[in-house]
Ligand binder design. Structure first.
Ligand SMILES: Cc1cc2nc3c(=O)[nH]c(=O)nc-3n(C[C@H](O)[C@H](O)[C@H](O)COP(=O)(O)O)c2cc1C
Length: 200
């Protein structure tokens, strides 16, 4: 295996979103990990309507063109980092909708998380981990949480994310964990010994 392909899912789409700041910081952190190659999966580029397919994507590909493009991009990845806010203690609806539009493409791949907002979006990320289980993703423990104090300092342009050293440390732990799982699961997916069970 050459480089591990990591899809960074930007999970909010509104104008003036904060999401771009942690995403750019994360890309810089990934530069310190030559084993990883990162690609942005910005949900703005996949404008999917509220789910309106005849069949769950676990059983048949979606008809929606944007969803087909989304699934095709996911299929190429070895793992994911979800950059997410917390909307009313949960994940943004646009992210849930996007997750509903794919299935096999996510199976047996690791998912890591970067959250921002109150308590570092920990409540949203816990819910996201549960959703990942149904998609047969492997949700990882080590995450980055940009809590309210740091969020406000960055939002108000008083500080930059890299000023908070503990966040750099969190990113390092998360990326090491993600590299290990992505490589291990890539090997396991390709050895033919273990097939992915059908969705039941
Ligand atoms: C609909 C909505 C609900 C929100 N609910 C929460 C919440 O439950 N917890 C929280 O910490 N922040 C909440 N916020 C504030 C967000 O953390 C903040 O607006 C953040 O910048 C949103 O991410 P975005 O800028 O990438 O869209 C909410 C924001 C919106 C728009």
């Amino acid at each position: 295996m050459s480089q591990i392909r990591i899809g960074i899912v930007i999970s909010t789409t509104r104008e003036n979103r904060f999401a771009d700041k942690p995403t750019q910081w994360l890309l810089k952190q990934i530069e310190n990990h030559p084993e990883l190659s990162a690609e942005l999966l910005d949900l703005r580029a996949f404008p999917m309507p509220f789910f309106d397919e005849q069949t769950a994507p676990a059983y048949a590909p979606p008809r929606c063109e944007a969803a087909r493009r989304w699934a095709a991009r996911i299929a190429k990845m070895d793992g994911f980092i979800f950059v997410t806010a917390e909307y009313n203690r949960s994940i943004p609806a646009v992210l849930k909708n996007a997750l509903d539009y794919a299935y096999q493409e996510f199976n047996r791949k690791p998912a890591a998380f970067l959250g921002y907002g109150g308590v570092g979006a920990a409540r949203a990320i816990e819910q996201l981990r549960l959703i990942c289980i149904e998609l047969q993703l492997a949700p990882l423990r080590n995450a980055v949480h940009i809590a309210m104090e740091q969020y406000l300092a960055v939002l108000n342009a008083e500080r930059q994310i890299e000023d908070f050293h503990f966040l750099n440390t969190s990113a390092l732990s998360m990326l090491r964990d993600l590299s290990w799982w992505a490589r291990a699961l890539h090997v396991a997916r390709n050895d033919g010994a273990t097939s992915v069970p059908d969705a039941g």
